[in-house]
Design a protein around this ligand. Structure first.
Ligand SMILES: [Cu+2]
Length: 254
């Protein structure tokens, strides 16, 4: 094979890898509040381990928090900011009573021409408030969802995180889950391409586990085929449904 052909193949392989590593981000610096606090939530669509680029986010379909079993619509709280032509969102929520807060976002479908598919990442972030601890494992009713089997806050680097992948409320056997670290500012360099997005599979009952190697934010994205759709130019296209959860891990000596 000529060098030119090799290089072309290499470029295609690289672009398909990075196209696969889209993650909807939904997180706040606080994963646990010991006192009432203002949670600053950040919503961006990016490649977390590569530290970018940002993809444009149309206005989300849903953005909410579940508190004491009640769903509070937070769409109107969203503030948008364009960064390099890509819309990002933020919101502030006052955590002032004990209990678990489950934040959820259903982004608008994102068209990815490189993969001929729409991407919809249903994403959750859970914050514990003042020891209330009653609801961190409850479902928010997304069509695809990761239900944590480990309390998703108060985690140390080195803990094993476990969850169950569900579609329409039923476990997804052998679901594939992509894992990425939120490499803020792109400071860390992955030793190889394969380290950017790690891949794990659920077992026959849809349960997966992952040893968290480093303090910081981590995301688990279970990717499931969704319904057929029409591309913007009217051709047949796929839909990728993602069930995502973000967690934060801490160093033990800090
Ligand atoms: Cu992308």
């Amino acid at each position: 094979m000529s060098i030119a052909k090799l290089l072309t193949g290499f470029t295609i392989a690289l672009s398909s890898i990075s196209a696969m590593a889209h993650f909807q981000v939904l997180l706040s610096e606080n994963d646990y509040c010991e006192n009432p606090a203002e949670l600053k939530l950040k919503l961006i669509f990016t490649h977390p381990m590569e530290g970018g680029p940002l993809m444009d986010m149309a206005e989300p379909k849903q953005f909410f928090v579940i508190s004491e079993g009640k769903r509070i619509d937070l769409l109107k709280s969203l503030k948008t900011e364009k960064i390099k032509n890509s819309a990002t969102y933020s919101s502030v929520f006052k955590a002032d009573k004990p209990g678990d807060l489950i934040f959820g976002v259903e982004p608008a479908p994102y068209w990815e021409p490189a993969e001929n598919k729409y991407i919809i990442h249903y994403t959750k972030y859970i914050v514990g408030v003042m020891g209330g601890e009653e609801a961190w494992d409850s479902s928010v009713g997304f069509p695809v969802e990761i239900e944590p089997l480990v309390r998703p806050y108060g985690l140390y680097a080195g803990n094993v995180f476990r969850g169950i992948v569900k579609k329409d409320g039923k476990p997804v056997p052998f679901a594939e889950i992509e894992v990425e670290y939120y490499n803020q500012g792109g400071k860390l360099k992955a030793p190889t391409e394969a380290h950017i997005t790690q891949v794990i599979k659920a077992d026959a009952s849809g349960v997966f586990s992952y040893g968290i190697p480093k303090a910081g934010f981590w995301s688990f994205a279970a990717l499931v085929d969704g319904p057929k759709a029409k591309s913007p130019d009217g051709k047949e296209a796929d839909t990728e449904l993602g069930a995502l959860i973000w967690i934060k891990a801490y160093d033990m000596d800090k």
